[in-house]
Design a protein. Structure first.
Length: 278
């Protein structure tokens, strides 16, 4: 039996800027079909679209290139038939290539590791390991990174990718629900210089409280949290939010009100909040 080749999948826009660019492009195309719109208006719309559409490609172009191991990991992730893996019950939940952290966020996290001189990192939610490997590349030779991942298939996928990098040996993977792993680490009196959260959005608040209450992040330590703009949902009207969007909005409010920390939300990709424990 001959199987017809599939078209190469293209990641859908999942960041506020990406969604904005897509909608602006649709407006540009609609305006181009109209005959009675003033030239000044069409020119302005075109300029707005070009301004927005050029941001991410330009930042990509002037940022340090990712390593060969990260490039290979990203390509392998994008080529994986995630929908089929879920339908065949090989993964415990529906995964998609858009969950990959990617070049810009990976390079940002890598820079944070250098800047903070972190030697121990905890990652909550690993997926195929792009962000874990990016941060591990910045760790010193005796540094370590513990990655929490609930899905055995994707954990094995990541571990296989780590073997292609000399920095992969710094990473250990804990396969279990993240809260279980955090409780185990807390019982062992572990603490980490830097923690990266990119997991179940509805559990972000629980992660945050446990990290602080159990001293998994010490005074002066940092927590980086992904998806804190979640496609713009936290600042859109509540009726336009999904359950995940509402969970992120609640998380942002709780962090902002907690006197134990100081924080800043960076408009990088889908939002990256940097939290420092006071």
């Amino acid at each position: 039996m001959t199987i017809a080749p599939q078209k190469e999948s293209t990641a859908r826009p999942v960041t506020p800027l990406g969604i904005l660019v897509q909608q602006l492009q649709q407006i540009v195309e609609l305006v181009a079909q109209e005959q009675n719109i003033a030239l000044e208006v069409t020119t302005k719309i075109q300029q707005v679209w070009q301004l927005a559409a050029g941001i991410d490609p330009y930042i990509e172009a002037v940022s340090t290139e990712e390593s060969a191991a990260l490039t290979a990991l990203a390509k392998k992730t994008c080529a994986e038939p995630w929908e089929k893996r879920f339908s065949d019950q090989e993964t415990v939940r529906q995964l998609e290539q858009e969950m990959l952290s990617g070049h810009l966020e990976g390079q940002t996290l890598k820079m944070f590791v250098h800047m903070t001189k972190a030697k121990s990192i905890l990652e909550i939610g690993m997926f195929t390991g792009y962000s874990a490997l990016a941060m591990a590349e910045a760790l010193p030779e005796d540094g370590r990174l513990v990655a929490c991942e609930v899905d055995r298939y994707v954990a094995d996928f990541a571990i296989d990718c780590f073997q292609a990098s000399p920095h992969g040996r710094k990473i250990s993977v804990e396969v279990a629900p993240a809260l279980e792993t955090l409780q185990k680490l807390a019982a062992a009196k572990e603490s980490f210089d830097l923690i990266f959260i990119d997991a179940d959005k509805k559990e972000y608040v629980d992660y945050f409280h446990l990290l602080l209450d159990a001293d998994l992040v010490p005074s002066g330590g940092f927590i980086c949290v992904d998806n804190t703009l979640l496609q713009g949902q936290p600042y859109l009207p509540p009726e336009q939010r999904t359950p995940n969007g509402e969970a992120i909005a609640q998380f942002n409010r709780i962090v902002a009100a907690d006197p134990r920390v100081e924080q800043v939300l960076l408009p990088l990709r889908d939002g990256l909040t940097i939290i420092r424990r006071i």
